[in-house]
Design a protein around this ligand. Structure first.
Ligand code: 4AD
Ligand code: MG
Length: 465
């Protein structure tokens, strides 16, 4: 084979490429043709578009080509020419080729087009080779880049917080324990309890549910930080919006109050959505066409309109006055369900909503108490089709009030002394929030199940691949 340097398929479609000799490598999507000519659609993951390779059967025999089957991997050298066929601007007239790896026609599962998303979840190791998952994964990657760009452009520092922790940030108790002890032969103390002094860290530890507490340590030193990493929740919620392992983005900013925090959240999600629209047009158009006709309109609507801001109490009044029968009845004090959030966003206001000042009893211990003594300076950003996409708050900066809350909730002090130190030494007002990355990817791709926007989803009873 020629030594010509490989061109990615996405770059073949650039202006001025036609007429050149090119070398491409990728996986065969389809092959069709007749006795005179064979057409192979090749994809290398760089774009939703396939390049058509034309094999002239006066130069190649049927026998030469027989290993070119759906799923096989191929290296082709040929001339890029303008295409006369419908649906593509250029194609390659093959001069030579080699097959890297064959794919057995009987057992390669992606033979036909249009497999269900449920079926593709069962073959998550191969689904990145489909158009849909190629598009979703490219959009996911672009959004991750946009997140870093947004914060780096604004002077935030990227802080890496620990994944193994001894504290429970959200206080929900839904943590995965981490241990090296032999579960069939646990060391016991004299009174029969498990002896964690014998465990790896000398105490009980778990995978983190959020990097926020350590994020606050960073923000009260560096001014503004963001984390972006995996978080883990052992909640047994089998819904289209929950994962046991998901990625969270958590900015935290010293001297920001709740209004600054809302402004930051709104600018941030709009920036990410705009970045995807500007940089992933082909993929988003493909997803819109196949899954969600209103997708692009919805994305544009969100970036071009202000989010509505109102308090939880006002939200509850609207829900009660709506006359709508909800599965979970609405009363001041309840934790809003997805049906309530979506009613406010999709039916009442018809745009994203930021709800603030929730009852303290349904929110985490670190949120700043309002003067009414009943509500805290929390904010949730609610999106169409998704419900809660962001949760955050202004933090309680008073040492005494924070300590009272920790005691009221029986949070073990021995795990929290280092966090309380931020309030003992130069405490400042500060705020932050967490964006569920997969929920953002769901929104931007128009997919409806969170299992379809992460390469290898972790959900109850599912840790395959
Ligand atoms: O609202 P949450 O629980 O807030 C926190 O963890 C705060 N410590 C964040 C902060 O203030 N720094 O989670 C934040 C977001 C949610 O709004 C949601 O988008 C997402 O994380 N999320 C999940 N995404 C997928 N699967 C789950 N099980 C999720 N739980 C929360
Ligand atoms: Mg929340």
């Amino acid at each position: 084979m020629s030594e010509l340097k490989r061109t990615r398929i996405v770059d073949l479609f650039a202006p001025g490429m036609a007429g050149k000799e090119v070398s491409v490598k990728g996986w065969v999507r389809t092959r069709r043709g007749n006795k005179h000519v064979q057409f192979v659609a090749l994809n290398d993951g760089s774009t939703i578009k396939n390049i058509q390779i034309v094999f002239d059967l006066s130069k190649f025999s049927e026998d030469d080509l027989k290993g070119i089957t759906t799923g096989s991997s191929l290296h082709v050298v040929g001339i890029l020419v303008e295409s006369m066929g419908k649906g593509q601007s250029v194609e390659i007239q093959a001069q030579s080729f080699e097959i890297y790896g064959a794919a057995d026609v009987e057992s390669y599962p992606l033979q036909k087009k249009g497999h269900s998303l449920e079926f593709l979840r069962e073959i998550a190791h191969l689904r990145p080779r489909t158009n849909t998952f190629g598009a979703v994964l490219r959009v996911r990657s672009a959004l991750a880049y946009a997140i870093h760009r947004f914060f780096q452009e604004r002077g935030f520092y990227y802080l890496n917080t620990p994944l193994i922790t001894a504290s429970d940030c959200e206080g929900a108790g839904a943590m995965f324990q981490v241990t090296t002890m032999d579960l069939n032969n646990l060391p016991r103390t004299e009174d029969g309890a498990i002896d964690y002094a014998c465990d790896f860290f000398g105490k009980p530890t778990a995978l983190t549910v959020s990097g926020q507490l350590e994020g606050e340590l960073g923000a009260t030193a560096l001014g503004a930080i963001y984390t972006f990493g995996p978080t883990f929740r052992a909640e047994n919620s089998n819904t289209p919006r929950h994962l046991a392992e998901f990625w969270m983005v958590e900015p935290e900013v010293a001297f920001n109050d709740i209004t600054d925090n809302m402004d930051l959240a709104e600018d941030f999600v709009k920036y990410c959505i705009r970045y995807a629209l500007d940089n992933c047009r082909d993929d988003i158009e493909f997803l819109a066409e196949h899954y969600d006709k209103d997708l692009i309109e919805r994305l544009n609507f969100v970036i071009n309109n202000d989010f509505v801001r109102l308090t939880y109490t006002e939200g509850v009044e609207i829900l009660k006055a709506s006359g709508k029968k909800f599965e979970f009845p609405v009363e001041w004090g309840i934790d809003l369900q997805s049906e309530h959030e979506r009613y406010l966003v999709e039916q009442h206001f018809k745009r994203p909503v930021i709800l603030t000042d929730y009852p303290k009893d349904i929110k985490a211990f670190y949120m700043k108490l309002n003067d009414d003594g009943k509500t805290v300076r929390a904010m949730d950003v609610l999106f169409p089709n998704i419900g809660e996409i962001i949760g955050g708050s202004e933090r309680e900066e008073s040492y005494d009030k924070l300590l009272t809350r920790i005691e009221e909730l029986n949070i073990p002090m021995k795990d929290m002394w280092w966090y309380l130190d931020t309030r003992r030494f130069g405490t400042v007002p500060h705020s932050g929030f967490g964006l569920g990355f997969e929920r953002l990817v769901l929104f931007v791709t128009g997919m409806t199940n969170i299992r379809d926007v992460i390469p290898f989803p972790r959900t109850p009873n599912n840790a395959e691949f």
